[in-house]
Design a protein around this ligand. Structure first.
Ligand code: MLC
Ligand code: AMP
Length: 490
């Protein structure tokens, strides 16, 4: 199945239905599905006119705005593979993606044009205006479930950011599974505050919206001091968020929270663990038990608590329709009930592999099953609980941080001989990174400033601790759990 045939239920089937609204500079822009069909056709013509052929890669680094939607639908129509880039990424992170994917061009905002050396950079405002000069008639290439739709970079289980090749079939299967599991229909109103450069916002939010034909209010980014106002004014029925957003929403005054909760149908959380006490506090305040689900960039969504039935705190629930989950020990044998093992998944939601990395792909896939690197156990009644990861990945506010990447940059800075980065618990972000440094005459403020210039702000450690030596095993491996505790409270 091509993804467009799913979108067509909305784009062609409900042309006069309001589809999308977005506020910019105090002005509301509103679009019907028919408008989106015409706009994306114009963008598809523009891609052709600018020499982007089916199968080509095109990167974008954009805050949420309607142009991302136009670009996405146009790329599906033209068979172009999009490469989303996190807007918080800096030079070296961007450089890695550009070197690895070698896209034809990148679409970005005027202020970021200088960040993308060595390839054509398209100013999104220029492109949007130019698209308006192209015809509104549909052009669409033949595509099927195996046609790649996006290359989404993730640090995955090994630390080097790799591009997961997500196909049209992956996105379609994920959308259909979520529509069925969460009963999303045209009657929903979805408040979209997740960034569209990650699969939570793009793979779940945008796909469920287009496949169901519901209404979407898109906001540029989640801002906790504005979020309550959005809920009050837009009156959504559906919200997808990372745990940090729910922690922020707990600050909502009780009466307002009750009123918002009374109008909502479903709050979904994922991308990082939702602490059971946040689920409980949210239920007390908003009158809703948040539905927690589990996914990955490489697999889109795998496991979800049920819409009807028990949403069990601390668990991610049961495998989604079409997805199978095995929990295996180090030798590849199934573990028993309540025993910990690695989750392996299989289904039409699982990516085709990693871009240009046959060895990483071969290591991740065994007999058609994808090794997630996540550890967990399954209760007798099937509910799955995640218990950590095989790697030392840190997840801060739903953004991934791979310690080794930060350690490598730190050891290039003046005075720093060795570095170890660990995650420490944080009430709002879930985890935050902390750095331990060994060296001579280290100026931690200078180290922080130099690091900030090179990596995304969420990766900059909350504290820098200078120590005499890093605790190591006899084989020289750093024993991170033996590093002295540090207070990161603000
Ligand atoms: C955060 N910041 C952004 C931003 N999000 N800047 C621009 N655009 C965005 N979209 C920056 C802020 O400027 C600030 O920078 C810092 O991040 C924290 O911002 P804050 O305002 O204090 O936000 P906070 O209330 O803490 O909330 C942060 C957050 C953000 C929840 C908005 O963490 C976020 O959007 N997380 C979503 C990540 C996500 O989509 N993950 C899905 C991955 S896919 P500074 O310089 O002050 O630090 C996946 C698979 C799956 O994992 O299962 O879903
Ligand atoms: P990413 O590489 O950004 O796609 O992040 C995927 C990882 O996020 C998964 O491998 C999990 O470790 C984590 N994750 C996603 N959802 C959850 C959840 N509900 N609870 C705990 N961890 C989660």
């Amino acid at each position: 199945m091509s993804l467009l045939s799913l979108y067509d239920l909305s784009l062609l089937g409900r042309p006069d239905t309001p589809a999308l609204e977005f506020d910019a500079g105090g002005v509301r822009r509103a679009f019907t599905f028919g408008d989106l069909e015409a706009r994306s056709n114009r963008w598809a013509h523009l891609l052709a006119a600018r020499g982007v052929a089916p199968g080509d890669l095109l990167a974008f680094c954009l805050p949420n705005r309607p142009a991302v939607i136009d670009l996405w639908i146009a790329a599906i129509k033209r068979g172009v593979i999009l490469v989303p880039i996190n807007v918080l990424y800096r030079g070296r992170e961007i450089g890695h993606i550009l070197a690895d994917a070698a896209p034809r061009a990148v679409v970005t905002t005027a202020d970021r044009v200088g960040d993308f050396a060595g390839l054509p950079v398209w100013d999104v405002d220029v492109v949007e205006a130019e698209a308006g000069t192209h015809p509104a008639e549909r052009v669409a290439v033949r595509a099927d479930a195996a046609t790649p739709a996006a290359l989404v970079y993730t640090s995955g289980t090994t630390g080097v950011a790799k591009g997961a090749v997500l196909t049209q079939g992956n996105f379609a299967a994920n959308a259909l599974a979520l529509l069925a599991a969460w009963d999303i229909t045209h009657a929903d109103r979805y408040l979209a505050a997740l960034p569209l450069f990650h699969v939570h916002g793009l793979g779940n939010g945008v796909q469920c919206w287009l496949a169901s034909g519901c209404h979407m209010r898109l906001v540029e980014r989640f801002e906790h001091d504005k979020a309550v106002g959005w809920f009050e004014e837009y009156r959504p029925t559906l919200f997808f968020g990372v745990p940090t957003m729910y922690v922020r929403l707990l600050e909502t005054p009780a009466a307002q929270a009750q009123a918002i909760g009374a109008r909502m149908r479903l709050f979904v959380s994922g991308s990082a663990p939702l602490p059971a006490q946040v689920l409980e506090a949210f239920a007390a305040r908003f009158g809703h038990v948040i539905l927690e689900r589990y996914g990955m960039t490489e697999t889109l969504m795998n496991v979800s608590n049920p819409l009807v039935g028990e949403r069990r705190p601390g668990t991610v629930g049961l495998p989604l329709p079409m997805t199978a989950v095995r929990i295996l020990d180090d030798g590849g044998a199934p573990v028993g009930t309540d025993e910990t093992g690695e989750l392996w998944v299989q289904g039409p939601n699982v990516c085709a592999g990693y871009w240009n990395r046959p060895e990483a792909t071969a290591a991740a896939f065994v007999d058609g099953w994808f090794r997630t690197g996540d550890l967990g156990c399954r209760a007798a009644d099937g509910y799955i609980t995640l218990q950590g990861r095989r790697s030392d990945l840190i997840i801060a506010g739903g953004f991934n941080i791979y310690p080794r990447e930060i350690e490598e940059v730190l050891t290039t800075l003046p005075g720093v001989r060795e570095a170890a980065v660990v995650g420490v618990p944080d009430a709002v972000r879930g985890e935050v990174p902390v750095a331990y440094l060994v060296g001579q005459g280290i100026d931690t403020s200078a180290v922080e400033a130099a690091l900030r210039a090179q990596v995304a702000s969420f990766k900059v450690p909350r504290a820098f601790v200078v120590v005499d030596a890093l605790p190591r095993t006899a084989l020289g491996k750093v024993q991170k759990h033996l590093l002295p505790p540090v207070d990161t409270r603000r």
